[in-house]
Ligand binder design. Structure first.
Ligand code: ADP
Ligand code: MG
Length: 259
């Protein structure tokens, strides 16, 4: 009996995986479940702005992505690599791929600005002296601080220190940059200079996941806005959708409170 030849397998178009793939992510602190199943796929070059009230799990989510928190369930991939706690080589690779900037700059106070930017690559990437200096100068120029290479952190304003922190994160050439309320500790007049640097990174194609209360920035720069509520992604979509036609009572209430 002739058997009909099976049609040649046609490769199904596989949606290209995100640079950050978060699936079913759960995180508990004791009996307090802080992330209750988060799914998010971030495309290369995408700018994700995360909003939501205090305690909704925004920082914990970012801290899971760069391996600062051990999650309980689900999976997390960065640039195709699974985040495996306990696997030293995998965690080291992750730390190089994921940069993070915090509210309080966290510069090394005893090191010059240039040394702050050069430290991690000199330790991890074994970038030799002159190349490291050149890279640090280029990155400081990129954040508008070319002339501050030899300054000490405490000689700089908060906005300048935060821009150094951005340059320091970029020195590791991360695939993704996480920003957790990076303008919240700044005097209002210094917020703009930091946001302009972040916007320029976005324009240059950097993948960003950014927690912020700066709604105007979110409107202007985000590709998608994530509204976190009680440990879940409660709404997600382009800024015009989330800000223009919020669907849930929780988001409506949040937006009326921040405006
Ligand atoms: P957000 O950044 O949205 O304000 P967080 O992710 O910081 O929220 O916190 C979410 C919840 O997790 C809060 O209830 C907070 O108290 C709790 N939490 C965060 N970090 C810890 C920790 N290290 N130990 C215990 N509870 C924590
Ligand atoms: Mg937070």
């Amino acid at each position: 009996m002739a058997i009909a030849e099976a049609p040649a397998a046609v490769a199904a178009p596989v949606a290209s995986p995100g640079i950050v793939e978060i699936t079913g992510l759960r995180k508990r602190f004791g009996s307090n479940e802080v992330l209750k199943g988060v799914d998010l796929s971030v495309k290369r070059g995408e700018v994700i702005v995360i909003i939501g009230k205090s305690g909704s799990g925004k920082s914990t989510l970012l801290r899971c992505v760069n391996g600062l928190e051990v999650f309980d369930e689900g999976s997390l991939h960065v640039d195709g690599q699974p985040l495996l706690h306990g696997n030293v080589a995998a965690m080291r690779a992750l730390r190089q791929d994921v940069g993070m900037i915090f509210q309080n700059f966290n510069l090394f106070p005893h090191l010059s600005v240039g040394r702050n930017v050069m430290l991690a690559p000199s330790l991890v990437k074994k970038r030799p002296g002159p190349a490291g200096v050149e890279q640090a100068k280029r990155l400081l120029a990129r954040v508008g601080l070319a002339e501050k290479f030899d300054a000490q952190p405490d000689q700089l304003s908060g906005g300048q220190q935060q821009r150094v922190a951005i340059a320091r994160a970029l020195a590791m050439e991360p695939a993704v940059l996480l920003c957790d309320e990076i303008t919240s500790a700044l005097d209002p007049e210094l917020v703009g200079e930091v946001l302009r640097v972040v916007e320029s990174l976005a324009d240059e194609g950097m993948t960003l996941m950014m927690v912020t209360h700066e709604m105007n920035f979110a409107r202007k720069v985000a590709d998608r806005v994530v509204f976190m509520h009680a440990g879940r992604i409660h709404e997600i979509g382009p800024p015009e959708q989330l800000f223009g036609s919020p669907q849930t009572a929780e988001l409506k209430q949040f937006l009326s409170a921040v405006h």
